[in-house]
Design a protein around this ligand. Structure first.
Ligand SMILES: [Zn+2]
Ligand SMILES: [Zn+2]
Length: 138
């Protein structure tokens, strides 16, 4: 039967007895479960839903506009982590002195919903001068 490597998308033939068994890709050497051709569209679907947003930023070093890619899974997640951590610290401080703890919880939640998202950045390399820029992820 035919199967397709989900990592490098190479298609090749495997013995029918290996259906859904672990095989090693002949091209990239990555192990994966060999699915019969019927299930191959599932891989293609997964690839298609891995959204990458291409954005443009101005390089702080050479001033050129360069494109960078933001994978959807890093979008909007960083600040939830930070904000909920701040809120969590606030809850602990509440146990000792609630007025300050409460303020910190509110700050953490605001950070989650408002400011945090728009201020989120990632590192992107300028293709022209190789300078690593801090760029927004939305
Ligand atoms: Zn492969
Ligand atoms: Zn540059």
């Amino acid at each position: 039967m035919k199967t397709q490597c989900p990592f490098c998308y190479e298609t090749f033939d495997v013995d029918d007895s290996l259906s859904r068994e672990k095989v090693i890709c002949k091209k990239c050497n990555t192990p994966f479960a060999a699915y019969p051709p019927v299930d191959i569209p599932k891989y293609e679907k997964q690839v298609a839903t891995t959204n990458i947003t291409t954005l443009t930023a101005k390089c702080a070093h050479c001033g050129i506009d360069f494109n960078y890619e933001v994978p959807s899974h890093i979008k909007n997640t960083d600040n939830w982590g930070c904000g909920s951590l701040i809120a969590f610290i606030g809850i602990i401080i509440c146990l000792f002195f609630w007025p300050i703890g409460l303020l910190i919880i509110i700050f953490g939640l605001v950070f989650c919903f408002a400011g945090g998202k728009s201020n989120a950045t990632m590192k992107a390399r300028c293709y022209n001068c190789n300078y690593i820029n801090d760029v927004p992820i939305k």
